[in-house]
Design a protein around this ligand. Structure first.
Ligand SMILES: Cc1cc2nc3c(=O)[nH]c(=O)nc-3n(C[C@H](O)[C@H](O)[C@H](O)COP(=O)(O)OP(=O)(O)OC[C@H]3O[C@@H](n4cnc5c(N)ncnc54)[C@H](O)[C@@H]3O)c2cc1C
Length: 397
């Protein structure tokens, strides 16, 4: 049964809602809108009603949800300047695994303008179906149209799991969508699994400053929503032969509901560093002693063709901009080589780099925790060790 409400005092029987309904569930009877059982609560009619006579009930206790009607795993495809973000492919890898465990479809959700050529890569990385909303108003990311497009799709097609990258826009979108749909959202998950009951999603994330790993489940609401940081999940291999099914939907939103517009796009090059995609990262911490000593880290990074990272202590001291911070409240990285210089190895730092392929730690304290997880440890004064490493590397070139 539909949960949509009609305020008969406001309804003028204009019929705009009848035209907007994708499942022909609305008719006009005696100058008033009437909803039939075919209504799937997609909400498309709400935004077209000029007198705001249609709504979902918002007060009081949440209505019980028929969670058995929800199936499929959805991945939000993050696209910018016609390029799919790497995290999308990482989530498709994890999503494929979850969908196989649940015996359901893996679907991708693609929003943008003139983005149909981005559909094929989503099939190649595991999506069986792609829901696409192609609309000029989705050219640049703003919250209202993206959230409307997403919530309408969810209400119509009812996915049981939605995974979104924990990027700047992903965090914004996930929060808005979960709030509108009145469902649970677990941010910054580091692990996703299916519970022993074979139905519910177990979402693992660090809590209480990283001291415990919380396992969170959303048992009574759907979809179960998670955000996952880039580089946490492993990207699967593409299969060039894979094809899928494309489902195109329309964006139904009034112009007055779009409160922000992107006027211009200016790239911020100042202090920018691409830690997430770097193969080699050389990081400095409080052990550097003073900001000037970051030049030693930069020289080693340059000699290796890598980029500079930092601990939060170094960032908080104002020695280097936040964009360089690695860890729980900074970037999660997974480079081939991570060199930690003068970094103790606090749990919050390790949370962002411990899955690096090879970890080298330079520390004068043989008991420093970082040495316990390092592949190679150098116990010594970084002010001597780091320039020596740089010199040796330059000699080899
Ligand atoms: C909620 C929360 C979130 C956090 N998020 C992050 C995060 O995202 N990233 C992060 O890094 N931290 C984070 N922290 C902070 C974290 O707990 C640590 O305080 C921080 O990582 C310490 O930085 P450090 O290792 O550079 O400094 P320290 O812990 O002070 O370690 C300095 C190290 O340098 C060594 N050293 C000193 N001099 C030399 C020398 N001359 N040669 C060689 N070694 C030397 C010392 O032996 C020591 O091991 C967070 C904390 C909280 C509570």
């Amino acid at each position: 049964m539909s949960s949509l409400r009609i305020d008969n005092e406001l309804c003028t029987g204009c019929g705009l809602c009848v035209d907007s309904c994708p499942v022909s569930a609305i008719s006009i009877d005696d100058c008033l809108a009437v909803i039939s059982d075919a209504c799937n609560d997609c909400g498309a009619c709400i935004s077209v009603c000029p007198v705001e006579a249609l709504s979902f009930p918002r007060e009081g206790a949440l209505q019980e949800m028929p969670i058995e009607k929800y199936s499929d795993v959805w991945i939000f495809c993050e696209e910018e300047h016609h390029k799919i973000a790497h995290v999308t492919f990482e989530l498709l890898g994890k999503g494929r695994e979850l969908a196989d465990r649940l015996g359901c479809r893996l679907c991708a959700v693609l929003f943008g303008h003139e983005v149909s050529d981005l559909v094929s890569p989503l099939y190649r990385f595991g999506a069986e179906r792609v829901y696409m909303v192609d609309d000029e108003r989705l050219h640049s990311y703003t919250t209202a149209p993206f959230a409307r497009a997403f919530t309408s799709l969810v209400r119509t097609h009812k996915p049981e799991i939605v995974l979104i990258g924990a990027t700047t826009r992903g965090r914004d979108l996930a929060g808005a969508v979960a709030t509108i749909l009145e469902t649970g959202l677990t941010a910054d998950c580091t692990g996703l699994d299916i519970a022993e009951d074979g139905k519910n999603l177990v979402q693992t994330r660090p809590a209480f400053g990283g001291n415990i790993m919380a396992r969170i489940m959303c048992m009574k609401r759907r979809p179960q929503m998670s955000t996952v940081r880039p580089k946490v999940m492993i990207m699967s291999q593409p299969d060039e032969s894979r094809q899928g099914e494309l489902v195109q939907e329309k964006l139904v939103i009034k112009e007055s509901e779009i409160l922000t517009k992107v006027v211009e796009y200016i790239k911020d090059d100042k202090g920018s560093v691409n830690l997430a995609d770097a193969d080699i990262i050389v990081s400095g911490g409080r052990g550097l002693g003073k900001p000037e000593n970051f030049s030693l880290i930069r020289e080693l990074a340059d000699a290796l063709g890598g980029v500079v990272g930092a601990s939060r202590a170094a960032v908080d001291a104002g020695w280097i901009p936040y964009q360089h911070q690695v860890g729980q409240t900074g970037r999660t990285v997974r480079p081939k080589l991570y060199i930690a210089c003068g970094i103790s190895g606090a749990i919050q730092h390790l949370a962002g780099m411990r899955t690096s392929d090879v970890i080298v730690a330079v520390n004068r304290d043989p008991e420093a925790p970082i040495l316990k997880i390092a592949t190679y440890g150098i116990v010594g004064d970084l002010l001597k060790v780091v320039p020596e490493l740089t010199r040796k590397l330059k000699e080899r070139h």
